[in-house]
Design a protein around this ligand. Structure first.
Ligand code: HEC
Ligand code: HEC
Ligand code: HEC
Ligand code: HEC
Length: 444
């Protein structure tokens, strides 16, 4: 124990990091490890093993970016040993804080030693059992705020130095609880009675509100750590502004008072550096409102349903960077995408160099996918499908899809946009946005 404590202190001292992470509060000595969960939860385990969360264990240290970040921070040695990286990239077990897996079951459902043998006891009535496991630290899906809070503790990076000096992303771009929890993460076999059920529209709305609240809360928590006017503080203050705007629009559309309370509870707060205590207090207030909403909202489905229009994309435009939002709008938004898909798809099917990849596919589904893809390359509100690009192209990579083919598709996209009268500079920007997608498409 002593040794690990010394190491921890050393790691933080080394980075000049005075405040510990939220994750550090988790009791690693109570982590039992995912092997035990997947003994009973086989299907959940199978899904998990296909996620980035699982794979990061074997991949993170091999990435060039990791080395650059470590170099920038002057860190040496294994990433699995570094307190700072370990808290978000791994599951850490035992008193020696050993990294045993990537992000795993207990990263989201809570360290399990005290609840694992209780939570499956069907001889205890559910209501009573829920109380017991809650007390023992289980984060049940029904307490969605508490499960989702974990996502934001990792996907929003509350560390100025790691971002400004290390060059680590400040957040997962476009992180969104509703969409990101339903892609590769989804594992609803229990409630799906064996099938991996998608969440219902009613559940989606709750995720949408809880996620929007958390985005605001974690903007505040992030900014609390800001001491200098530089990249980190600018990004965090932007996160606060954008997420607040989102909440305001959500309140206006639905009339749900709890949503209003999320942003009015911190009305008087000025965005000012080196103001940690005030920002954390504000974040705690927001947290309480979100929890009250997520437990207590029995209110009216009608009001919640009014959020649907925003949920389906319109809203997300405002969370894009201004340049990109305007590109998407300049090109003509959803309507332009419709037209572009028709022309683009026609070209792709006619082109001998790539048409064979599209043989025998379901045309309607393909068009939906193309729409999502084009929205993405226009910088529109479709980012989550980007995560699915890898999945969607996997079989094509096996069939020989390579860089050359991607070039052809981009060329055809360029032609399409030209025909639609899109400005040259905008086409160039589309090409620029498409570039990072290559790695997903080619499964690199
Ligand atoms: C001995 C078998 C067993 C093990 C081991 C086990 N579970 Fe479960 N788990 C179950 C059963 C059975 C249920 C369904 C209980 C019920 O019917 O309410 C369940 C339910 C759950 C639920 C849903 C609870 C709810 O209220 O919706 C979660 C989350 C969960 N388990 C996570 C885990 C995690 C994480 C681990 C490892 C730390 C784990 N389980 C280990 C058998 C197990
Ligand atoms: C607060 C949580 C947190 C901490 C601390 C953290 N990371 Fe990350 N890291 C993330 C998340 C979340 C992502 C995924 C970002 C995304 O979606 O693009 C990520 C992504 C990365 C990537 C890929 C980013 C890229 O630009 O492609 C690298 C490399 C990385 N982290 C290295 C590190 C290293 C090295 C450390 C320790 C010095 C570290 N991280 C500490 C949460 C964290
Ligand atoms: C312990 C920290 C941690 C927690 C908790 C966490 N994540 Fe992550 N997540 C990461 C890191 C780090 C990565 C990047 C892994 C990599 O690519 O190496 C990641 C990647 C992802 C990806 C894949 C992104 C891609 O590049 O395709 C999705 C989706 C995701 N997380 C969703 C979620 C959701 C939803 C939650 C909450 C229910 C959550 N995460 C909770 C740390 C975390
Ligand atoms: C990235 C965070 C994350 C990880 C990792 C994770 N879960 Fe979950 N889990 C969730 C979320 C969020 C929900 C609720 C999702 C929903 O309603 O769509 C959930 C729901 C569940 C449920 C209930 C599903 C249902 O049908 O109601 C079980 C059981 C479960 N998880 C078990 C596991 C097990 C076992 C593992 C590890 C193999 C695991 N989870 C890993 C976040 C996670």
């Amino acid at each position: 124990m002593k040794k690990s404590l010394v190491f921890f202190c050393f790691a933080f001292y080394f980075l000049g990091e005075s405040s510990l992470f939220l994750q550090a509060q988790k009791d690693n000595s109570k982590v039992i490890g995912p092997e035990q969960c997947v003994m009973c939860h086989k299907r959940e385990g199978k899904v998990w093993k296909r996620t980035h969360h699982y794979k990061t264990f074997s991949q993170l240290h091999r990435r060039g970016r990791s080395k650059t970040i470590a170099q920038n921070l002057g860190m040496k040695g294994s990433f699995k040993r570094k307190g700072l990286c370990r808290n978000c990239h791994y599951t850490v077990r035992g008193e020696n804080n050993k990294a045993i897996y990537g992000i795993s079951c207990e990263s989201c459902h809570g360290p399990a030693r005290d609840w694992v043998s209780l939570h499956s006891r069907r001889d205890i009535p559910k209501e009573e059992r829920d109380k017991l496991v809650d007390k023992a630290g289980m984060l049940r899906p029904d307490r969605i705020y508490h499960v989702a809070e974990n996502c934001y503790q990792c996907h929003s990076i509350p560390n100025e130095k790691l971002v400004n000096v290390g060059g680590h992303p400040h957040s997962s771009r476009g992180f969104n609880l509703m969409t990101w929890s339903q892609g590769e993460i989804r594992h609803n076999f229990l409630s799906g009675e064996g099938r991996n059920r998608k969440i219902t529209q009613a559940e989606k709305r709750i995720f949408f509100v809880v996620g929007a609240g958390l985005e605001f809360e974690y903007g505040l928590r992030g900014f609390a750590k800001a001491t200098k006017k530089a990249n980190y503080s600018l990004k965090m203050s932007r996160k606060i502004r954008v997420s607040r705007k989102k909440l305001i629009r959500m309140y206006k559309a639905s009339g749900i008072r709890e949503i209003r309370s999320m942003y009015t509870s911190v009305k008087s707060l000025k965005i000012k550096l080196n103001n940690e205590a005030a920002f954390l207090r504000a974040a705690d207030k927001v947290k309480q409102v979100i929890i009250d909403f997520s437990f207590g909202y029995t209110g009216n489905e009608k009001k919640l349903a009014k959020l649907d229009a925003l949920m389906n994309g319109e809203l997300d435009e405002i969370s894009l960077s201004p340049e990109k939002a305007s590109l998407y709008k300049r090109i003509g938004g959803a309507k332009a995408v419709e037209t572009a898909v028709k022309i683009f798809y026609g070209k792709v099917l006619k082109d001998e160099r790539v048409q064979h990849f599209f043989k025998g596919v379901d045309i309607d589904r393909q068009i939906e996918k193309q729409k999502a893809f084009l929205t993405l390359v226009f910088g529109g509100p479709s980012y989550y499908e980007g995560k699915d690009l890898r999945e969607a192209h996997k079989h094509l990579v096996v069939q020989g899809l390579n860089d050359g083919h991607v070039d052809v598709v981009l060329e055809l996209l360029g032609e399409t946009l030209e025909e639609l009268g899109v400005a040259k500079s905008d086409i160039e920007e589309v090409m620029k946005i498409s570039r990072p997608m290559r790695k997903y498409i080619l499964n690199k």
